[in-house]
Design a protein around this ligand. Structure first.
Ligand code: HPA
Length: 264
């Protein structure tokens, strides 16, 4: 694999445990100051034979064994930095806070609201990396967002161009009152993992975007109780759409960076 090839990171959420369009080159364990991360390096080839190196991290571990509040977000981001990744797209399963955002809808996040409580939110906690206050006005990278949007429109994939994500601590789902409150705050979707991932990516100066797949209406919007099985079934049912979006995006990324190559 050539070093000059641009490296893209994908952090896969619930239901996204590999990248079917990427040929795996090697599985690797990367040591960081925060712990080791198992990840997969692979090559995406477009129809012209140009290549993109894709580093894939399954956020919940290979078999969804790590709950949202126990994910080692700092190690995941540092491992991507160690491998020279500059741009990252995270996928997340979310509940909808609004009747007009139905299950099956893809949403390109543009803002978040943080309701988590117990996580490691920063690299700058007075240790070796010092103290720094990172701007978070627009936490999702605009050029990645535009590439994802144009990939979606070329493939006729309905991608909602904006969405405000509320992150809860989990692993429980929300009460109906919490869902009503989040909706009143102006949020669109709710999930358990995008904070602190997006914060740490910004602290590490990675370009970061996130695509959410709506798997259910938030608690109390639909009558039935929520289950994790419902979330994973909806992810499975919509994987083709998400894969098509990412494939189109990989292709655009090669062209936009002129980082593709035909040799290894
Ligand atoms: N709430 C929180 N996280 C989620 C949901 C939800 O309704 N659906 C998928 N992830």
């Amino acid at each position: 694999m050539r070093d000059r090839m641009m490296k893209l990171g994908i952090i896969g959420g619930t239901g996204v445990y590999d990248m079917p369009v990427v040929d795996t080159v090697e599985e690797q364990s990367v040591d960081t100051a925060y712990g080791a991360v198992r990840l997969r390096k692979g090559i995406f080839r477009n129809p012209s034979g140009e290549q993109l190196c894709v580093v894939f991290v399954p956020r919940h571990g290979a078999a969804h064994s790590v709950p949202p509040h126990r994910i080692n977000y700092r190690a995941n981001i540092k491992a991507l930095c160690t491998l020279g990744v500059t741009d990252v797209v995270g996928t997340t399963a979310v509940g909808s806070l609004r009747e007009d955002i139905a299950p099956g809808q893809l949403v390109l996040l543009d803002q978040f609201i943080d309701f988590t409580r117990t996580r490691n939110y920063t690299f700058f906690d007075g240790g070796p990396e010092g103290v720094r206050h990172t701007d978070m006005t627009y936490p999702y990278d605009e050029s990645l967002r535009q590439l994802l949007q144009s990939a979606a429109s070329e493939q006729n994939i309905d991608l909602r161009p904006r969405g405000i994500y509320v992150c809860t601590e989990g692993p429980r789902f929300e009460t109906a009152a919490e869902i009503r409150m989040f909706a009143q705050l102006g949020a669109d979707v709710v999930g358990m993992t995008n904070v602190p991932e997006v914060i740490l990516a910004n602290e590490a100066r990675l370009n970061y975007a996130a695509v959410s797949l709506v798997t259910n209406y938030g608690a109390g919007i639909s009558d039935s109780p929520l289950t994790h099985d419902e979330v994973t079934a909806a992810m499975d049912a919509n994987m083709r759409k998400l894969t098509a979006l990412l494939t189109g995006f990989f292709d655009k990324k090669i062209v936009s960076d002129d980082g593709g190559g035909t040799g290894e």
